[in-house]
Write a protein that binds this ligand. Sequence first.
Ligand SMILES: *Cc1c(COP(=O)(O)O)cnc(C)c1O
Length: 218
Amino acid sequence: MDIEHNLQHIKSQLPEHVTLVAVSKTKPVSAILEAYNSGQRIFGENKIQEMAEKYEQLPKDIEWHMIGHVQRNKVKYMAHFVDLIHGVDNLKLLREINKQAEKHDRVIKCLLQIKIAEEDSKFGMPPEDALKLLQDEAFKELKHIAIVGVMGMATFTNDEAQIKTEFSCLKTTFDKLNAFQPMEIISMGMSGDYPLAIECGSTMVRVGSSIFGERNYL
Ligand SMILES: *Cc1c(COP(=O)(O)O)cnc(C)c1O
């Protein structure tokens, strides 16, 4: 796999307002360094401990994004360095992130993960719950987190029309939240569907295998 070539190819397709998160989960530090040396600075991981180990070993100007499901008891292992947490879908988790961020005198940026897929294996809150959360008095007291956008994953299918409907649902949800409280990020699109996601309004794509090659899960 020629990581530099793959990165250049993908970046050449991205409009200027779309940020690329290079998803490096399961990939070695050497692969991340290769991407780093070709200019990539934002990396996404889906396991907190794996991300923390890589953070220790790699240049400190990397922005680390947690894109996976977050277990509350592990937030403390990333609170000192994580740049953006994509998968936040409940107040209890936000409270824990707030508490850990406060210990480090930081404000941690978060995205609300919205359930847009038809299949129900995916995490995320129903679209109609997101605005309620922002309006919740208990939420307003959390000073060490900032909700800067939304994240979603489409159903794993070849049906483009369905994926488009789901992505559009995330965009609509974003527009409603954004009218209540200005935010910037719509995190949607992976290797298989990022061009479609961009068409539907994505401002941040999370691309792994198209950069680093297929993952081998042991
Ligand atoms: C693994 C993963 C990606 C990247 O998937 P690819 O198909 O390899 O691009 C994006 N988002 C999330 C949440 C992931 O877990």
